[in-house]
Design a protein around this ligand. Structure first.
Ligand SMILES: Nc1ncnc2c1ncn2[C@@H]1O[C@H](COP(=O)(O)OP(=O)(O)OP(=O)(O)O)[C@@H](O)[C@H]1O
Ligand SMILES: [Mg+2]
Length: 432
């Protein structure tokens, strides 16, 4: 399949550019004069928006759920089109990108560790092997085992229950014990097994990932709950050398479901703690084998401490329009830096400005049919609605319920967060 000519320049094969980061890779390729190619399934390609189709110099249509076949097809494609770099974009296919780059001798990530960036159980093992501070964890195959493990492994309460392989907070639950205690005694104790069983069922709900139908590991991860503020920090790695990017503060919902509702850059953390988070994010990226590319790492810092813990890392650009937020605040294009890294070049990661930006997502109060959305047009803000009226929106349990977002730019983080919050507070989401 071939869609358009594209600029002359080195070619980069993006393994599944659909999703939030794809548009930033398209812009970055344009700036760098890189020809962008996509590897995807032909049915998924049919659903690409027009701007994405038009931006691609060509498409390798394959079955990404069949690794041997996909690797064979992509290798032949790379040789035919003289591809000079492979960029993973869709988290679940980051192992394929590492294997492909290794096979054709292009700069990529460590193929032996590749699955650790996709599977949170292997990620936990990789963090432990590298001494990266992370929540303690255990694995369960069903609700009974989860209850047994919860009572015997000393992970404490609340307990985080999540799928081994997913994203977007899908199937992630924070399960309370009884009054925050060990879950065994007291009037609410009998509800603990039920809550845990519901959380395990939610984590195991999807056996295949949308939209390719990739089979998922349905084991469930039980994790110690890390309290405190949440941050993310991306790391570009080129030739095995880590280049830290800015730290971003994250806001999530409270309670059973933790949905990301906003991000602000800069983070507001004091400089020494920013350095610690950047250092830890780089260690996490290297621990899961990132050698030439980018990683998105999420950390939490317990209150009253200066010790960040890694919640997870992915060998891909961030979602949630974080590329826009980070570039608005610092002038650094993460997508440009990723393309440079996968092409074996030195990445541009030095900030060129000291401004601030914040994004706020609009969530419905409950699931239902979306009737109408109104987002006020406040100065310094830009809004986007994700879903058209008439869309059936699920209950707010993960990021698929987001209706739209507002990005605010300002001189300081407080101002940016303030205007994004004001615009969100004055927005109206009507559900039927
Ligand atoms: N061990 C933990 N301790 C405290 N909070 C946690 C823990 N694990 C997950 N969370 C909360 O749940 C959210 C989602 O979890 P996680 O990042 O592991 O899932 P995900 O589906 O990969 O998320 P996403 O793709 O949205 O980043 C986290 O952002 C955090 O707020
Ligand atoms: Mg996460």
């Amino acid at each position: 399949m071939k869609n358009g000519a594209g600029p002359r320049g080195p070619g980069v094969l993006v393994i599944e550019p659909m999703g939030n980061a794809g548009r930033f890779l398209v812009e970055a390729a344009d700036r760098l004069g890189v020809r962008l190619y996509a590897a995807t399934h032909k049915d998924v390609h049919e659903g690409y928006p027009q701007w994405l189709r038009a931006a691609l110099a060509g498409v390798c249509a394959t079955d990404l759920t069949d690794a041997p076949r996909a690797l064979g097809d992509m290798e032949a494609f790379c040789r035919q089109y003289g591809i000079a770099g492979v960029a993973p974009c869709f988290e679940l296919f980051t192992p394929l990108a590492a294997l492909l780059a290794d096979r054709i001798g292009l700069p990529g990530n460590d193929p032996r560790l590749a699955r650790a960036a996709r599977n949170k159980i292997e990620m936990g093992e990789a963090f432990a092997a590298a001494g990266v501070p992370a929540p303690r964890w255990a694995v369960a195959h069903d609700a009974e085992e989860a209850y047994r493990v919860a009572r015997t492994h000393g992970l404490g309460w609340p307990l985080v229950v999540k799928p081994a392989e997913q994203g977007g907070s899908w199937g992630v639950s924070v399960v309370d014990g009884e009054d925050g205690q060990d879950g065994r005694d007291g009037p609410e104790a009998r509800e603990v097994p039920e809550r845990l069983a519901a959380a395990v069922a939610a984590a195991r709900r999807f056996t295949h990932a949308h939209p390719h139908g990739l089979e998922l590991d349905t084991r469930v991860l039980l994790q110690e709950y890390i309290p405190g503020g949440e941050y993310s920090c991306d790391t570009v790695v080129a030739g095995g050398v880590a280049y830290p990017l800015p730290v971003v503060a994250k806001d999530t919902t409270e309670g059973r479901y933790r949905i990301e509702i906003g991000h602000t850059c800069p983070s507001g953390l004091p400089a020494p703690l920013v350095r610690k988070v950047q250092h830890l994010a780089a260690r996490a990226a290297l621990a899961v084998g990132v050698r030439n590319g980018i990683a998105h790492t999420e950390v939490k810092i317990p209150p009253g401490t200066e010790t960040p813990y890694v919640i997870e890392t992915g060998a891909r650009l961030p979602g949630d329009n974080l590329c826009e937020v980070v570039e608005a605040a610092t002038g650094v294009s993460e997508a440009v830096a990723q393309l440079q890294a996968v092409l074996g070049r030195l990445p541009d990661t030095l900030p060129s400005r000291t401004a601030a930006a914040s994004i706020r997502f609009l969530l419905p109060e409950r699931g239902g049919v979306l009737r109408r959305v109104f987002i006020p047009d406040l100065p310094g803000t830009r809004a986007e609605v994700h879903l058209p009226p008439g869309t059936s929106v699920p209950e707010p349990a993960d990021s698929s319920c987001r209706i739209g977002h507002v990005v605010a730019r300002a001189e300081t983080a407080d101002q940016a967060r303030g205007s994004a919050e004001r615009a969100a507070a004055r927005s109206r989401v009507e559900m039927g």
